[in-house]
Design a binder for this molecule. Structure first.
Ligand code: GRF
Length: 192
């Protein structure tokens, strides 16, 4: 039986795309659903291109009902991957999927994490601090933003004259190559 993965994303979904490409060819796992809080998110188009079903939800549905959990259970979801998902995951969902929700963050946590630290805010803060090294963190999700146990951290060099675009580019490259591999390794561990 393949591990059944649901992806939550709020925006472009370039990482979701890499996961969809990777697991399309995998014998271990498959992406069976893409969920978003944002009806305009480009990730919806990407999922359509892979013929993966999507679900758009609002705040009430996510925080005040059991609808999302019911949907995930109905589809026998084993693993949840957050790929650029901006809302805090409610406790009820974390309790249903202990150790089975994973997030990717575009910085070397615990630095540059927490509420409001997403997208360009992260990279701008890293540049403003004069860091010579950037990185990414892939981690389990607990009830606080960006605080669960780390699974993987990867690093890249920041040169003196690197601007926002350059830092973003380096970070994204690392995310795109590592995220599918790390999720694959988590899937293999879950099967043992
Ligand atoms: C990524 O940088 C990820 O680390 C963060 O949100 C961004 C999502 O980008 N959590 P994309 O939507 O996958 O292009």
């Amino acid at each position: 039986m393949k591990t059944r993965i649901a992806i939550f994303a709020s925006g472009s979904g370039s990482n979701a795309q890499k996961l969809m490409e990777h697991f399309k060819r995998s014998d271990d796992a498959e992406i069976v659903l893409v969920l978003t809080n944002n009806p305009d998110a480009y990730v919806l188009q990407r999922a359509d291109n892979f013929e993966i079903p999507t679900h758009v939800f609002n705040r009430d549905e996510f925080y005040r009902s059991e609808e999302i959990i019911n949907l995930l259970e109905r589809l026998d979801i084993d693993l949840i991957v957050l790929a650029g998902f901006l809302w805090l995951v409610p406790k009820t969902l974390i309790q249903k999927y202990p150790g089975r929700i994973i997030n990717i963050h575009p910085a070397l946590l615990p630095k540059y994490g927490g509420k409001g630290m997403y997208g360009d805010h992260v990279h701008n803060a890293v540049i403003a601090a004069g860091e010579t090294e950037g990185g990414i963190t892939i981690h389990y999700v607990n009830e606080n933003y960006d605080e669960g146990e780390y699974i993987y951290q990867g690093r890249y060099r920041i040169e003196k004259d690197d601007n926002l675009e350059m830092v973003k580019f380096k970070g994204q490259n690392l995310e795109h190559t590592q995220f599918p591999k790390v999720i694959e390794s988590v899937v293999k561990k879950l099967k043992k």
